[in-house]
Design a protein. Structure first.
Length: 316
């Protein structure tokens, strides 16, 4: 089969009308190849009205009915061109995607540009959510649409459908687009609050307490993530509330999060618990390291280290 014949066959595939063509990473310009047009229910009713007027003119030999019918028919066909021009020439490209945790609504951002000298009205965008915008001449706008996330890893955005029924609602012009801009989904943090692990992932032996050599420095109000062994049980028994003992020293706020020593019955449960510890450690300002089979991230803190650890969990 020749390349031209293959291209023609692909062009008339039914999936192009609903799912669009193969995903692309760069911008897409809406041309006659990508924009499809069909009458709406209002448009079909408009056609029936035209046919009725023409039939009345034929039966009763009424020239005014003929004139009105042909006038409405001309409006009907001219509207096809204006419906196409409501989308033609628009440029759409993916913007930077922001990672989320599994179970949250995944935001997919796109930049839409109108390079023409005519404004565009009532442009509808649909992914899982829907949004309607208008663009002035030579204007660009960034929009964010959401779809649910169910599991960790890279999640593709699906088919972005841009449509418009402008100007009279007689036709719907639409363009299904697919972009290669997956969203990174982190594991869902465990809902159960467990104390940080006591074991070390550095040069110490597994199970060795890194805080054993530090000096006792006082007590503080219990904070989420404090180890059970740090709780000041005597104060709790006296009814003074829940407090934690804290220690001075360089290693007092440093911990290792090791996959092998994380409780859980299966992979996803362990990753979920590690994710919970990462979130709590970052919020507490601790220095933390991450150990996964085949991967070791040394202790650190800050936004970059936090993202690197979460990405390692998401892609493990």
């Amino acid at each position: 089969m020749s390349e031209a014949a293959l291209s023609l066959k692909q062009r008339f595939k039914l999936s192009r009308f609903f799912r669009g063509e193969a995903p692309v990473a760069g911008p897409i310009v809406l041309t006659q190849r990508r924009v499809f047009i069909l009458p709406t229910q209002r448009g079909l009713a408009f056609v029936l009205l035209i046919l009725l007027l023409v039939l009345i003119g034929f039966v009763y030999n009424n020239n005014l009915a003929y004139l009105l019918g042909f006038l409405l028919a001309s409006i009907f066909f001219v509207t096809i061109l204006h419906s196409f021009k409501s989308l033609a020439g628009l440029t759409i490209q993916p913007a930077r995607q922001q990672a989320v945790f599994a179970g949250q609504a995944g935001p997919f951002s796109f930049q839409i540009s109108n390079p023409g000298s005519q404004p565009r009205f009532a442009v509808d965008l649909a992914l899982q959510s829907e949004l309607s915008i208008s663009l002035a001449a030579e204007q660009s706008q960034t929009v964010t649409l959401y779809q649910p996330t169910r599991q960790r890893g890279w999640q593709p955005p699906g088919t972005l459908t841009i449509s418009s029924t402008y100007p009279l609602g007689l036709f719907r012009a639409w363009a299904p687009l697919r972009f290669d801009c997956p969203l990174l989904v982190y594991p869902k943090p465990a809902s159960r609050q467990l104390p940080f692990p006591e074991s070390s992932g550095g040069q110490d032996k597994p199970g060795q307490n890194r805080r054993s050599g530090d000096e006792f420095d006082g007590v503080r109000v219990y904070q989420r993530g404090d180890a059970i062994r740090q709780i000041h049980w005597k104060a709790f028994a006296k009814g003074q509330g829940v407090h934690s003992k804290y220690y001075s020293g360089a290693s007092a706020s440093e911990l290792w999060l090791d996959y092998q020593q994380t409780p859980g019955h299966h992979l996803e449960e362990r990753l979920s618990q590690l994710c919970r510890w990462l979130v709590d450690a970052e919020q507490a300002g601790l220095r933390y390291g991450l150990m996964l089979p085949g991967l070791r991230l040394p202790p650190d803190n800050g936004a970059a280290h936090y993202r690197n650890c979460l990405q390692a969990l998401a892609l493990f």
